[in-house]
Design a protein around this ligand. Structure first.
Ligand SMILES: Cc1ncc(COP(=O)(O)O)c(C=O)c1O
Ligand SMILES: N[C@@H](CCOP(=O)(O)O)C(=O)O
Length: 472
């Protein structure tokens, strides 16, 4: 199976090449040339299976065995999830009538990013060793991708890791998770800007082809198709636990960069009977405005209590546009050029109608987020982090319209990552799990850098072992 770029100009490439490439050379994002489909009987057979077994089956439909053999994929998946703190890896908790939270935060860094990142690191390490290559990993984070990447890739011989986070705009726990890791191949960069600035610079680094080639750049954001592929799995385990494929299930997904909800859309394209995919945003509601009006318009990011979703340029929305425009790369290039030049684009009527067929959207403001944390604690004794609270609040709105379909809100972070917001809303301060108990005592190491691509390039050149002349 080959992978094509959403902008239609880069050559089609295999899975491993897409995994290591990050962004396509035409600035687009890779997707498989066709969506594989799982038969209803295959999906039904997931019932009662361990998470790793379902992951192996779902991912073997997306990863050709010529890239990673089936036994090796099985080993990687088992080892990726062996360290999760819950035996079900991603368990479901019921918090109301037909209302469930899919807990995706039992990995090492307490956010859903671990689910894909632990596997991605194993796949990339294998690919790099097989090719005798080294890579320079660059990533943009609003708090969670960075810590997950640092945990998964820290200390690996083949890679140097540079993570850009918005200075002063992540929670203290998130910052310390990135800055207190004692691994010489890890570099935390506090960028003087927003997450959107961090992501624009990361994409700019990939689009600077001489720099990209010299440093052998790779990406770990959801730019990387391997991340999205791994995130499809928990939609299958959750839906099957609630009766799929015999009955449909809906999901409410706290959304920023659009990777997680896109993974749900792909699970649906692969045959999973998903009824609604609710895009739940905080006050950075660009996607809600887009679904309502058809106009995608950047207005400036507001800081909120769910900082990981303080995003306006939702990278993976491009992958959805590619689908609803009939995989026409030229149309995607036109829209992305308009976004670059005028900070906005308009979606045509037919593609917009197609988006509305699968997705609905809800913005949840700061007051509603706080109220939801309080409500879930009072009514169900369940502590939500602010990102999950946004999803649960949106889930309740969807359930009010369609109470018969089970609704799963994605629980994307552990409440202890955002103790101040949780304490304000619920009146108690969640404790970090034992493996992070000394987080506040560890020394921090980070570099503050101006919001300029050239400054970031100089810093990376000065630290990366893959820079010219030092490459393995
Ligand atoms: C805790 C948390 N929830 C939700 C999101 C939004 O997910 P996505 O960017 O895939 O839309 C993020 C950031 O990615 C996050 O870190
Ligand atoms: N919320 C994310 C932002 C980056 O998202 P990604 O899925 O593209 O890596 C974060 O916490 O870093």
């Amino acid at each position: 199976m080959l992978h094509v770029s959403t902008r239609g100009e880069a050559p089609a490439i295999g899975f491993t090449d897409a995994l290591l490439a990050g962004l396509a050379r035409d600035g687009g994002l890779y997707v498989p040339e066709a969506w594989p489909r799982l038969a209803a009987a295959d999906i039904a057979a997931f019932a009662g299976k361990p998470y790793a077994a379902v992951a192996e089956r779902v991912l073997s439909a997306l990863i050709p065995s010529s890239d990673i053999s089936a036994p090796l994929l099985g080993d990687m998946v088992r080892s990726a999830y062996a360290g999760f703190r819950h035996p079900a890896v991603c368990p479901l908790a019921q918090i109301g009538d037909n209302l469930f939270v899919l807990e995706l935060f039992h990995g090492p860094t307490l956010a859903f990013k671990d689910v894909a990142m632990q596997l991605l690191a194993r796949m990339m390490d294998y690919a790099l060793k097989g090719r005798g290559q080294r890579a320079t990993i660059v990533g943009a984070t609003s708090g969670d991708t960075g810590s997950a990447a640092i945990d998964a890739f820290g200390g690996l011989d083949q890679v140097d890791v540079f993570i850009l986070y918005p200075h002063g705009r992540v929670s203290e726990v998130q910052r310390r998770q990135m800055t207190s890791v004692d691994a010489p191949n890890v570099h935390a960069i506090a960028l003087e800007g927003t997450f959107d600035d961090c992501q624009a610079i990361v994409k700019g680094l990939f689009n600077h082809h001489a720099f990209r080639d010299q440093l052998a750049l790779s990406g770990v954001n959801s730019i990387n198709w391997g991340r999205i592929a791994a995130q499809t799995v928990y939609y299958f385990t959750a839906a099957v636990a609630l009766g799929a494929p015999l009955r449909p299930v809906s999901f409410s997904v706290p959304t920023g960069n659009f990777g997680d909800v896109l993974a749900g859309y792909i699970a649906k394209r692969m045959g999973l009977p998903i009824d609604r995919l609710a895009i739940a945003t905080n006050e950075n509601d660009i996607l809600v405005r887009t679904l309502a009006s058809g106009r995608y318009e950047v207005r400036g990011v507001k800081p909120t209590s769910s900082p990981s979703m303080d995003i306006e340029v939702s990278s993976n929305f491009e992958r959805l546009l590619f689908e609803v425009y009939g995989r026409d790369g030229q149309q995607v290039r036109r829209l992305m050029a308009a976004l670059q030049q005028g900070r906005a684009f308009d979606i045509d009527a037919a593609p917009l109608a197609a988006i509305r067929t699968d997705f609905s959207s809800h913005a949840v403001d700061e007051q509603q987020t706080e109220a939801e944390i309080g409500r879930a604690w009072r009514e169900a004794g369940y502590l939500l982090d602010p990102h999950t609270a946004v999803a649960v609040a949106a889930a309740r709105r969807e359930l009010a319209c369609n109470p018969a379909v089970p609704m799963v809100a994605l629980g994307t972070a552990h409440p202890a990552k955002f103790p101040d917001a949780v304490e304000r809303a619920a009146g108690l301060r969640p404790a970090l799990p034992p493996h992070l108990a000394n987080l506040f005592a560890r020394p921090e190491r980070f570099t503050v850098i101006a919001n300029e691509q050239s400054a970031i390039e100089s810093f990376i050149r000065s630290r990366a072992r893959a820079a010219a002349g030092i490459a393995a």
